[in-house]
Design a protein around this ligand. Structure first.
Ligand SMILES: Cc1cc2nc3c(=O)[nH]c(=O)nc-3n(C[C@H](O)[C@H](O)[C@H](O)COP(=O)(O)OP(=O)(O)OC[C@H]3O[C@@H](n4cnc5c(N)ncnc54)[C@H](O)[C@@H]3O)c2cc1C
Length: 346
């Protein structure tokens, strides 16, 4: 039997591998995707929020001006291609914690670098019963969430239909690395790109700093037009809310921990004083890195091996842009962005 030829093998069909595969298909590249199709992955456990202004200090997230103007459009285009809805544009409402917090934003609002991302800054409660927002808050634009499991499932259906999906573990030992190609189980490809999230891949000894997180679904007797975010986020999803998240560098398990759920509930109760019932608790481990920037690029010894990983807490907003960028690099149409180049640590 002769060799099957492919341009690229992609290992992993999480958010990273999925965006990379779509981008390669858009450029008519021949790609084969391997995924062991397990339930315990970062993408399948994620809340899916994209948010241009984040953190305790509420500053623009890294590369916001590069990522956010095209982000929603990229997801909308993918929805059309897959004929499936998964993008939920939703303003994020972040109540102010104090009058000082409110004053800070009165000043910041005058700064045009935030214009694009601020929808409104109410200075009084917006009137959700049981939500603590006595000083009003900030309402953001270009924000919302992606239903990642639905996006991955409909992408997988397309890949299966095209005959380019293999639902199996990729076995590293079975790669034969040549100067300009890789042979793997009867396939000859130009490169293998690893998009494995948290993994034990022996080729990449990188300073990942994985972070476990818990989230839960709750039922309560109201709903909201906003994602509400203060201490915890509450994402309205029809008759329930998804509430998250915790951050823990220890105990990197996909089992929700009691301590994590307790911490979520404590923070939830500061934001929301109504009654609720927990419907589901889950946990995942985020593939975060030492400097909070992705690891993208090529192996220092084996030029036929590439990596597209390390999207940490922000896979939803980072993967579409960087998938496009990485394919440009693979096709010699651009130089690899130095800040994300894996050579900084490889
Ligand atoms: C609780 C929690 C909440 C989160 N909330 C958000 C959020 O609100 N917004 C946001 O942007 N991000 C969020 N994240 C982070 C987000 O999930 C990640 O950034 C993103 O999903 C990483 O995607 P990935 O494709 O790199 O990794 P993964 O999702 O882990 O995908 C890797 C894939 O590779 C497969 N694989 C690995 N090794 C092999 C192999 N040898 N052979 C075959 N297949 C293999 C795995 O099965 C998996 O399908 C959250 C994460 C967690 C845990």
């Amino acid at each position: 039997m002769g060799l099957t030829k492919a341009d690229y093998l992609i290992v992993g069909q999480g958010l990273a591998g999925t965006w990379l595969a779509h981008e390669m298909l858009n450029r008519d590249l021949k790609v084969i995707i391997f995924d062991e199709d397990k339930d315990e992955t970062s993408s399948k456990r994620a809340a899916g929020i994209y948010n241009p202004i984040t953190g305790r200090k509420m500053v623009k997230t890294w590369r916001a001006d590069q990522l956010f103007p095209t982000l929603e459009n990229m997801y909308s285009q993918l929805e059309k291609k897959l004929n499936q809805a998964f993008l939920h544009k939703t303003p994020i409402y972040r109540p102010f914690k104090s009058i000082e917090d409110q004053n800070d934003w009165e000043v910041k609002r005058g700064n045009e670098i935030y214009d694009e991302y601020i929808k409104e800054i109410p200075t009084n409660s917006i009137g959700y019963q049981n939500i603590a927002d006595p000083y009003g808050g900030i309402i953001l634009n270009h924000s919302g969430y992606v239903d990642i499991p639905t996006m991955l499932k409909s992408s997988k259906t397309l890949f299966v239909d095209k005959g380019i999906y293999r639902g199996e573990v990729f076995v590293y030992e079975e790669m034969e690395l040549n100067a300009d190609s890789v042979n793997y189980q009867g396939i000859e490809a130009k490169k293998v790109i690893f998009c494995e999230g948290v993994s034990d891949n022996p080729f990449w000894d990188l300073p990942f700093k994985p972070v476990r997180g818990e989230i839960m679904d709750i039922a309560c007797e109201w709903t909201s037009d906003h994602i509400i975010n203060q201490g915890v986020f509450m994402i309205p999803k029809g008759d329930k809310f998804t509430v998250g998240s915790t951050y823990d560098h220890n105990n990197l398990t996909f089992e929700p921990q009691e301590s994590g759920i307790k911490s979520l509930e404590e923070r939830l109760k500061k934001l929301y004083s109504g009654s609720y019932k927990i419907l589901d608790k889950r946990a995942g481990v985020r593939p975060a890195t030492h400097d909070r920037k992705p690891y993208i690029g090529f192996h220092s010894k084996h030029k036929t091996l590439g990596i597209f990983n390390g999207f940490g807490t922000k896979g939803v907003s980072l993967t579409p842009h960087f998938a496009k960028h990485f394919v440009d690099v693979l096709l010699d149409q651009d130089e690899l962005d130095e800040e994300v180049d894996v050579q900084r640590v490889n």
